[in-house]
Ligand binder design. Sequence first.
Ligand SMILES: O=C(O)c1ccccc1N[C@@H]1O[C@H](COP(=O)(O)O)[C@@H](O)[C@H]1O
Length: 215
Amino acid sequence: MSAARVKICGLTEPAGLEAAVAGGAAYVGFVFFPKSPRHLELDRARELAVEVPPGVVKVALVVNADDATLDTIDATVPIDMWQLHGSESPERVAEVKARYGLPVMKALGVAEADDLKAVDLYAPVADQLLIDAKPPKGADLPGGNGLAFDWRLVAQRRWAVPWMLAGGLTPDNAAEALALTGAAQLDVSSGVESAPGVKDPERIAAFLSAAHHRR
Ligand SMILES: O=C(O)c1ccccc1N[C@@H]1O[C@H](COP(=O)(O)O)[C@@H](O)[C@H]1O
């Protein structure tokens, strides 16, 4: 099997971004959600994004954001892809894709087999799906909680669109996650941090190495 493509999400500082790029991340993610410890102000996001070399996909993560919010991000930060991580409908996914002409990745929360029914609703409109653990009831964040779901629910499933596995991934479990699910792409945030919102360059390097040397 070829090396997995990795998204390092929730970057907030140059050191983390440099480690992601140096280690061969395929995507870097910037969070625009004020409740998150990884939330970026627009100017800060722009400063980071302009340092990303061509070929690395810059993803803007938003949660149920309105057009005005997306317009401001789009006008300020050079991004390549939207990640919709809230309860956006399939119609909203199609709308965002048409409005900005950028690919859209829709995040879906999974706790049990029934949650995967949403895949059929979103696959026709999204460019990619992000399959993440469903947040606990009452959680402040719909993602980035460091929680994994039961990977057996997606083991060796056939997908109509590209997808990423997310939720509770770490340098220690990345290889097992790849082997069990057959995923070609992984997305990680809190598992490569030393504290909420603070990326750890060594953990980023270790995660990328684990994903690139899949068994
Ligand atoms: O990271 C965040 O703060 C965040 C906030 C709101 C929605 C999604 C968020 N993160 C996404 O969730 C996955 C899984 O996170 P983790 O690895 O379990 O911490 C992450 O990769 C982001 O795409």
